[in-house]
Design a protein around this ligand. Sequence first.
Ligand code: G6P
Length: 454
Amino acid sequence: GSYALAVMFNEYPEEIYVARKDSPMILGVEDGKSYIASDVPAILKYTRNVYYIGNMEMARVRKGEITFYNLDGDEIEKELKTIDWNAEAAEKAGYEHFMMKEIHEQPKVVGDTINSVVKEDFIDLSNVGLSEEDIKEISQIYIVACGSAYHVGIAAQYVIEDLAKIPVRVELGSEFRYRNPLLDKNGLVVVISQSGETADSLAALREAKEKGVRTLGIVNVVGSSIAREADSVFYTLAGPEIAVATTKAYSTQLVATYALAIQFAKVRGEISEERYVELIEEVKTLPEKIAKILEDKERIQWFASKQVNAHDVFFVGRGIDYAICMEGSLKMKEISYIHSEAYAAGELKHGTISLIEDDILVVGVLTQPELYEKTISNMLECKSRGAYLMGLTTFGKYNIEDTADFTVYIPKTDPLFATSLAVIPLQLLGYYISVAKGLDVDKPRNLAKSVTVE
Ligand code: G6P
């Protein structure tokens, strides 16, 4: 199987021997002290000097001194790497919880991630390692991820297919790895992962490589397993994310997929130069629009305070709005412990509507103009069965107030990029309900930040 071991011997005091296979491990040294951890944020407070121990390698750890060996016991050289992330990034900086701090960091880190590839009025993917020839050759995209990163994939599917006209299939890592997937040899497997260590995502990446298909990682942690093993890497610049429920990493992953979609569309001749520049300009406005939504957070806090006794919440939307619902629903259940479901609004009538009864909260997400009326009618179906409605839509769509009991507006943007804005109130909703219920927001029960086991 896979392991990351730290072993002490009675006969060798002051020494720890470590070994790893597939499971993550990093080692740090500073001022006569040594550190062993599964990822960088855990030791940032103590040191930024890190060694990455490779697969099937061992090390002898003494105070401030680490020696590496291969399985034959021969000594091997390792380079000590310095991590750019600073320790403050791993502190709460006056916020009550990491999650709230990370929600507020989104305008900055989304901007940083955009700026890493957007140069004035064009996108440069050379650091990612994708040439124009590579992009032209792609016949099919397979996005593989887990948890929130999977929800990024669902949203990205709409954006990539709409702009670049490349067929996209999105799959959970845990499904992909055991499905013996049929992969086109000119396909591109995109693995999205904050930690770069999620066991199922990593196994999916290896499966794709074994089948000889090109792989691209969208990863936040430099030097993580997925970053090291993927053929190309698009680094999101979210910085260390400490809260178990992801917010800022999710948002940076989203904009990374937008940049890919826009550039793929341009290189493959699917959009005009004008549209290309217009899309880039729009993406650049997202950080300030996210900041604007955050200014109004008290309204969500007020609404959340009324929802602490909710038992079931339904999130409904169509198209990209359905992708947004999936993430909103996950935020709700993982930190507030309230049962919630995301439903494609048109599918409600095929079963779920039987669960709607008096005062159940139904959150309708309506950022896609062509689907607006359709979702409104689904919300009305719920209302007539007693549901209490929250509507989340764009400024200007004020007639939502005829239907919804509580409304939240987000700034206008290209509908393709609406996920980046609509997710913010839903993150806040999950957060404030969790706080109001007195739960452990940053470390919800039964969950782990990096799921390095199956
Ligand atoms: C865990 C986290 C989620 C995250 C998922 C995938 O379940 O709690 O927030 O979305 O893992 O993690 P990754 O590091 O691969 O993005």
